[in-house]
Write a new protein. Sequence first.
Lengths: 519, 410
Amino acid sequence: MSDFLKRLFSGDSAEDRSALNQVPNDPFSDRLEDNVKQLEDLFLYPANDALKSRALSIPSINRRARVLFIAGAADTEKINDHIIRPLLASQPAEEGKEPSVDDIKDNTLTITGSETIADFREAVRRLINGSTVILIDGEKNAIAADTAGFEKRSVSEPTREIVIKGPNNAFVEATDVNQSLIRRQLKDHRLVSETVTVGKESPQNVSVLYLDNIVDKTLVQNVKDRIARVDKDAVLTLSALEELIEERPYSLFPSIMTTERPDRTSSFLLEGHVVLLMDNSPEALIAPITFWSLFHTAEDQFLRWAYGNFARIMRLIALFTALLVPAIYLAVITFHPEMIPTDLLLAIAGTRERVPFPSLMELLLMEITFEILREAGVRVPTPLGTTIGIVGALILGQAAVQANLVSPLLVVVIAITGLSSFALPDLGLSVMVRILRFGFILAAFLLGFIGIALAFAALLAYAASIKSFGVPFFSPLSPHMPSSRDLFLRPISRKQNLRPQSLSPQESKRTEQEGGAGS
Amino acid sequence: MRRIGWKLGIVLAALFLSGCGERLELEMQAFVVAIGLDKAEKENLIEVTFQISNPQVNTSQAAEAQKEPPADIVTITAPDLLSAKEMAQSSLPRKITFSHLETILIGEELARDKLFKHIIGSAIIDPEMRREAMMIVTKEPAKDFIKNNNPTMETRPHKYYEFIRQNWKHTGYVPLSNLNTFYQRTDHELFLAVYATAQRDPEEHENDDTYLAGQVPQSSGDPVQMMGSAILRNGQMIGTLDGEETRLSQLLRRKNLIEAMTASFPDPANEEYRISVVFNRSENSKIRVNTDRSPAKVEVMVPMKMRINSNLSLEDYTRNEERQKRLVKAVEERLEKKSDELVMKLQEEYGGEPFVWYAATRKNFWTMKQFEDYGWSEHFTEADVDIDFEIEIESFGEQIRPPSLKQGGK
C-alpha cells in the first residue's frame, strides 16, 4: 500500500519531459529563410497560427529581415511604433559603414529591454514570453525586443482582506504591477527582487522579494532552494507553488500564507520575511509565518491603539468560540449539566424531549448543514446568491426547530460558531479551525471536558512544536524572544521599534534603519 | 503514513475504550431542585421528599406542555438519602440527579434528632451534591412544607428558591446557611440555619424584627415565611434565634455579609414614635480576644453607617447636631444592650458562639493542638464580652428634612 501511496502522492517525475529542453539548441544559420522555416516548424505553422511574422527590408543595411512575435503575448502597437517604424525609417548608410546587429538594437530600435540572441531555444523562450524576435538576413545573431503585452486587469479593491480604514488596493495577476504596488509603499534601494523559474515544461518566473539589509540570508537561500527543488512540468499559480514548497503538506497548520494587500506585504518585508510573487496570481506568498501573522489583520495597525486592540480581543474570542463552543455545548449537556444555570438547563431539557436524535447527531446534523451552506454560498453564481440566504435561514433557523429535528438553543450555538469563524481573518486559519472543531466535538462526545482538555493540550503541543522555515509557530511568544510584543494585543506604534528576533533579522531595531521605517 | 496511522489508532482506542459511562442525555435525567428530609415513624429511617422540576413547564415556548404541573413531588422512606435516590427510581423513568439540587429542607423533628448528623454527613459522599446548597430547617415536616409552598409568581420551584436564597443579603432576617459552612462548623461552634415554615401563627410585636418564622403578621399570599434561624451544635438542632438576634449575630462577625438592612428604633427626640434606619457596614468588625487572662475577654468593635429611612415623628435631625448625637447614642446603646442579651443567652443556654470568633481566638495560639486543648467553647461561656457599636450617620434620606406639617399645628 505504501508503494501505491507513494506513487499517488509523489507524482511521476522519472522522465524529463521538459518541452523547452526538446527544442534544439542550434545556433541560427545565416540564411534568413532557414531560420524562419525552423521557427515556423517549432511553432507548428501553419496548423498553429499563433506565430505572426512580418517581412521587411531595412534600408540602413539594405537587407531583408523578418519580425516574429506571438499573437496575444506581444503588444502589436509597441511592435509597430517602436520596432517596425524605426527600422523602416532608418537612413541608408554609406558603403562600408553599415551598422551591425548591435548597432541596430542600440541605435535604431526605440524600445528598452532588447538583447541579441544566437540560438533557437532562446528565441522560443523569448517568443512565448511576449518578446519580438527580429531576424536579419545574413546574420547569425537575432534581436529579441521586450514587447510583452499580456492582457491584465487594472488594480482593484481587495476582496478577502477588507479594511474600513486604510489603503484599498490589491494585487492583480501581473507581477510588474504587483511589484510596482510594493515599491510604491517601500521606497528602499535595498528591496531586492530576484527572479527564479519554476516548472520544467512551461516555466514561470517567480520573483523573490526581500529587504537585503534586514532579511536573514539563510532564509532567502532556504526559500530559493525549496523553489529549485520543485519538480513539476508546470506550476501555474502561487497557490500551487505554496503547497509544493510547504514543509508539512498534510498538516492542518499552514506554514506559508498569502495576502492580497501590498501594504501588508510591505510590512512583512520590513520585519524580515521573504515575499514571493508570480505572474497570474493576484496575491503574494509570505514565508515564514507564525500564528500571529494569521491572527492579525492590516487594520489592527491602521486603527488607533484602543480600537485595534478591541478588534483583536473580539477576534480572539471569536477564535475560541469557533473552535470550542459546539464541543463545550455537547460536553455540558451530556456530561456536566451542573455547569449551566437551572433555567437554561430546563429549557434545553424541555426542547430536547421532543428531539429524536442524541445530542451528537443533532449537533453534527446542524454543523454539516452549515458547512454545506457555506460551501454552496461560495460556489453559487451571484444572481442566485439571495436564494442561499433564504433557504439557509429557513432550514437552519425555523424549519429544523419546528420539525423537532434540533433544539432551538443548538441553532444559536451553530449560528454563533459560524459567525465567529467568519471573523477569522485568514482563510487558512478559518478552515483549520472549522476542521479542528469536528475533532473537538468528537473529543467532547467521548470524554466531556476532559476530552476537550486533552485535545486542546495535544493541539497546543503540536502547534508549539511546528516550525515554518525554521521559525517556531508561536514565536516570539513561545519560545520567548525579544520583539515589540505585537502578539495578542499590540503596543502603541511608538513602542513598536523592535523586529521579532525569531526571524533573526540583521538589524533588530526599526529606528536605526534609514528608509521605510514605521510600517 | 502507516506509522502515523498506528499512533492515531492508539489515541482513538484510548479515547473510545476509556468509557463514556458518565454520558447521559439531558432529557433522560430528572433534575431534583429541592429535597426534604424528615424522620420516619420507624427508628433510624427517614422520609426523603424529592421535588423534581418539569422541564416542559414555563421553560421555552417550543417545549410547553400546558396541563402538566411545574414539579413532581415524590416521598420515599429509606435508611439514607442515597438509597432513597435509588429507590425513587422504581417509580420514575428518568434518572434522578442532584446536579441542580440547591435547596435542602430539614424538618425540625429530624434536625433535633441524633440521627440527623449521620444522614447529612453521609449525603456529601455523593459527588453530585452541591456544597453551596442552601440548608433550611422547617418548623413542620419538610414534606408538608414542600407541598404547601405554592408561590403565585415563581411557579417553577428552582426559581423561587433561587430568589429567596438571595433574601438574607438584603434583610439579614435569616443567616447565610449552606452545606459548606455547615460542614465547617460541625464541632462545638454554633451553626445557624435558615428557619422557615408554611404555617401561620401571627403575633404582633412592636419591633419589626423580633419575629420567628410563622409569627409575622401577614394575611394573604404564599404561607411560607423565612425568619430567624435554627441553632445547630455538633450537627444537632438545639434552639432558635428570632429575626433580631439573627441580624445581630451577623453584625458581630468579623466579615460583613449583609448588604443593607432596615431596622426601627424608638425615636430619642419623641418617644411615642419610631424612627427607622438603614444600616450598612462597609468595614469589617474588629475582634480582639484575650486568652491570657481568665475568664477570657472578647472585645468587638462594629463600625456601621446609618441612613435615616423614615422619620415618623417628623423631627428635624438635619439641622440639629445635638439631636443627631442623641440619635446615634440611642441607637448604639440599644444595639449594645441587645447584643449583650444575645451573648448572654448564647453563653447560658447554648454554650457556643455563631460569630466565628473562634477564628480570632485561634490566632493567639501557635499550633492547632494548643488551640484545641484550650477549649474555646467552654471558655466562651465564661468570657467577658465587650461589644461596642460605632455608628455614623450617612444621610438623612432623599429629602433633606421632613416636611413642616407639624409646625403648622403649633
